[in-house]
Write a protein that binds this ligand. Sequence first.
Ligand code: NDP
Ligand code: KPL
Length: 349
Amino acid sequence: MPTRILLVGAGAIGAFFGSRLAAVPHVLVSALCRSNYKAVKANGLRITSPKFGEYTFKPEHTFYSPEDARHTKRENGLKWDYLLVATKVLADVSDDSELLEGLVEDGTSIVLVQNGLAIEEAYRKRFPQATVLSAATNASAVQPEPGRITHNRWTRIAVGPYLPHLDNGSAKEGDRVSNERNKKFVDLLTASGIPDAEAYDHAGLQFVRWHKLAINAAMNASSVLTGGAGNQALSLDPELAIHTKGVMDEVLSTAPKILGKEFPWEELKLATPEQVLTSVSRNTTGSRPSMWHDWENGRRMELETILGNPIRLAREKGIDMPRVQSMYALLRMAQERRDHEKVQKGSKL
Ligand SMILES: NC(=O)C1=CN([C@@H]2O[C@H](COP(=O)(O)OP(=O)(O)OC[C@H]3O[C@@H](n4cnc5c(N)ncnc54)[C@H](OP(=O)(O)O)[C@@H]3O)[C@@H](O)[C@H]2O)C=CC1
Ligand SMILES: CC(C)(CO)C(=O)C(=O)O
């Protein structure tokens, strides 16, 4: 039996990892698209990567809507083992867990390859029987035109089962299955040539998520606020480097207070803010964070999950995050003003 995977959101990250997984024998990857549907249906996804070269990935099935996917599933008796969700997290705009209605079966795992915090609950609540896997990746990629994906740099992806009952209680019977499915998914990524796919437990993955958040809060938000500074500039400019490190330090010192444990630096082998800055300073690809691409293209930004959620979680514990809060306030207003201008322009036509 093949392993079937459905990409829910076949943009930069979904298409990059989906195209790798499709290269594994006995793995069949389909794509649920939106604005890139016509391009993907006609020509597949064209990936350019410094590590994997240039290649085309043709999904087993390409869908234009969730209803289209449900229909084909019914007609062909399909079952997806993994639903890889790689939409932007815009919980203030839409609840994307709804897209998965009718696509989850016994044995389906939902894999969230997305940035930010508190992204898992909507899926756990809607599909309490399904395994939810939470993934954080450092891969940098962009879709400059429909169906064409540029992978810039990095491949690291950390995946762990989302088992929040373990935060304050003991293991449940179904946890073993979640861990097995997690391991299988990471093994598939490894078999696909991703050299640094790693399996974590629930607690470890949440620390990795906070660590990734430190990078995103620092880089993504600052790129937009500077009018498009790239990852490298954010680490090389002396004043910006102090700011970028300051944001990362703020997020990383908040995480243990929220998660109730010391940051397991040794165990998780994660880069310190200084090491992140050194690594990013060597990135000569000119890549810019995903939030910049959203702002530049007039799309909504992932402000709530990357900036709003950590502030709110911290506030509940009486902790301030002044650097993150300032960026959140500024960017929220910038986004609100732009949305307002769009409405004004629209009503004048
Ligand atoms: N790009 C990067 O370098 C990195 C991104 N990430 C994270 O990965 C996640 C995905 O980001 P990224 O790949 O850059 O985003 P993209 O915008 O490139 O891709 C998201 C895709 O999801 C599609 N989508 C959204 N809603 C729906 C829907 N209702 N039905 C079908 N398709 C839908 C979008 O379609 P449409 O074009 O129509 O909107 C788009 O193709 C985000 O959480 C991001 O923060 C993490 C690490 C690095
Ligand atoms: C590539 C990276 C780490 C840059 O901040 C990222 O996660 C993004 O662009 O969203």
